[in-house]
Design a protein around this ligand. Structure first.
Ligand code: GMT
Length: 372
């Protein structure tokens, strides 16, 4: 098949998933065309059958905000025409599936060109915070040839929020086994030998509740010699740094910034903490489980379908610092428990979220949509 993909190119989970999907599809013999704003964060080196195109960013004095989405729609139509692409798979309804629908409308001669929208979460939260997106999101989902969501929770929320009558198929996210089995050339020294390593990885958006990580860590530090490794960048970083100083834990926290090779950092962690307001899926908890690292997340959203409470980590109430700290201390002071959780996490990740298993589900969907 010839498959086009549009997604955010930045370090977020949806862009990472879309990139890994494109790589996997190309490895399985499909021709894959990405159209993105910037080079893809997770793409390294040359990959046979994989093409990266960029839509132009126009700047003109009368445009207060450059209408990037229209150049994206034009670029999609151009690539579909030039290469004979069969399917455009977008990650997020707005703006990417909306742009692909405009391209589909323009491509009147290509009767069998199909658009698939995968929802990652912001489609819902964006509407929650800005109702002006409601109609365009609903229209896009209703007119795409298929819609998928990355968790059952997200599919249900979407159907309820938008009163959608069509099927939204759940296809879970996956991890790239090859990436997580590569040799990183030794472990980086993130802490002193007697210290446990607690890690948090995110884009530091308010939904990630990064300051909760610091409050939990302060309580853990009172009981367990440890170091907190914060990976990522984003708007809440400034408050996170301020809170680490206020809490007097600054010298026990390291802010590493954005890292491409998360597979080389995660295995150094004894515990990963992701105390988000909600997560539609939780790619970081999944990648931690792949590395055999127990996870503390919040019982909110699709992450409950990834982390198994009491087995591969703990799911605590949002904002419950005491509960998260108690679970963290239990994991860090009980090596047998930590090892068992890590083992079960790895086993669950490989059983439910392996690349071949999930990519096959997308391939089946593409074939089904092309037949319809
Ligand atoms: O979490 C973010 O802020 C990034 C966002 C994205 O668009 O990359 O992540 C969303 O999609 C990921 C991939 O499907 C999911 O693993 C994340 O749970 C989801 N984020 C939220 O729901 C907050």
């Amino acid at each position: 098949m010839k498959i086009g993909i549009s997604c955010h190119a930045t370090a977020g989970g949806s862009g990472i998933l879309a990139t890994e999907l494109g790589i996997a599809l190309a490895q399985r013999g499909h021709e894959v065309h990405f159209v993105t704003e910037e080079p893809l964060f997770r793409l390294q080196g040359f990959q046979e059958r994989l093409y990266c195109h960029h839509a132009d960013k126009i700047s003109y004095p009368v445009f207060t905000t450059p209408p990037y989405t229209f150049s994206l729609a034009s670029k999609i139509a151009e690539i579909v025409d030039e290469y004979g692409v069969d399917i455009w798979h977008t990650h997020y309804a707005v703006p990417y599936a909306t742009c692909a629908l405009i391209a589909r409308d323009m491509l009147t001669a290509r009767k069998n060109f199909k658009v698939i929208a995968t929802l990652h979460g912001t489609d819902i939260t964006l509407v929650g915070s800005d109702p002006s997106f409601f109609r365009v999101t609903k229209h896009t989902m209703e007119h795409s040839d298929a819609v998928t969501a990355v968790s059952r929770w997200l599919a249900k929320e979407t159907i309820e929020t938008f009163q959608i009558r069509r099927e939204i198929k759940t296809i879970y996210n996956f991890f790239n086994e090859e990436r997580f089995s590569k040799n990183c050339g030794g472990k980086p020294e993130l802490a002193a030998p007697h210290e446990k390593v607690i890690m948090h990885i995110s884009n530091f958006r308010p939904v990630k509740r990064v300051t909760d990580v610091l409050r939990v860590f302060k309580k853990v530090l009172e009981r367990v010699p440890s170091r907190l490794i914060m990976v990522g960048e984003g708007p809440e970083r400034v408050s996170a740094v301020a809170v680490s100083r206020q809490l007097g834990i600054w010298e026990h926290v390291r802010y590493l910034g954005i890292h491409k090779n998360i597979e080389c950092l995660l295995p150094c962690a004894d515990l990963v903490i992701q105390p988000s307001e909600h997560e539609s899926f939780g790619l970081v908890p999944l990648e931690a489980m792949v590395c055999g690292v127990p996870v503390i997340a919040t019982a909110s959203g699709g992450v409950c379908e990834v982390v198994e409470h009491g087995e591969t980590g703990y799911l605590c109430p949002v904002g419950d610092i005491d509960a998260m700290a108690a679970c963290a201390i239990e994991v860090l002071t009980n090596p047998t428990k930590a090892e068992q959780m890590g083992k079960k996490g790895k086993e669950r990740a490989y059983r439910l979220f392996s690349r071949d298993n999930i990519v096959c589900q997308y391939e089946e969907l593409y074939s089904e949509v092309l037949r319809s």
